[in-house]
Design a binder for this molecule. Sequence first.
Ligand code: 5GP
Length: 253
Amino acid sequence: MARRKKIYEGKAKILYEGPEPGTIVQYFKDDATAFNAQKKDVIEGKGVLNNRLSEFFMTGLNQIGVPTHFIKRLNMREQLVRQCEIIPLEVIVRNYAAGTMSKRLGIDEGTQLPRPIVEYCYKDDSLGDPLVTEEHIAAFGWASQQDMEDILSLALRVNDFLSGIMMAVGIRLVDFKIEIGRVYDGDFQRLIIADEISPDSCRLWDIETGQKLDKDVFRRDLGSLTDAYTEVARRLGVLPKTSTPITKPTLIN
Ligand code: 5GP
């Protein structure tokens, strides 16, 4: 059997050439990294959970007309996605202060922001993904003015969607990061949500207890990461509500 071609290997995912032109197979690894890969571990089951959770969020976004790269889940660890040119920005939306915003501005973690705040970081691990302004983005040609308007609108629609579904299961969406891709349909280009949406790229706190249900559990050594992600998956109905804590998740479907 022919070996498929690896296109790219990142910290948490591997991309392989897809079965048809314009498609890619996205493989979710169990590797967890934090602080620009200075902290590393392998967390059994994380890739399986993130594959399923990202499918859940991306499918929902596609259904409400927010375009994403997601086509279909192939198996426990892989999904078929549309190939796109990734814009070299991490788009962060914050509803409550936490993480680097709290550090940078001296605002207590958990403080509600007056409105959602969108930030842009230049995607470059060797630089630690530095915060940039729209001036940098325009001057260095990373995205056009029209792209920036579209990115802002996509980011806020994703925020409304995710905040709503999380709120419905007792989880506060504190912040999240998305990546945006460019695709061409004939003479037209448009932007879509790419990469993944999972507890690796969001901050999710239980509304009642404040318990962290996201990658901060790993970053800050707060307990079992798979238990936290399993809890999110259970509440959203991605995992059976009655299942016991798992390291190798049994998934619905
Ligand atoms: P902060 O800037 O506070 O570290 O992160 C803000 C939000 O974006 C958090 O939800 C965090 O998980 C997410 N985020 C920021 N940078 C990255 C990154 O390089 N990878 C992932 N997966 N998430 C990120």
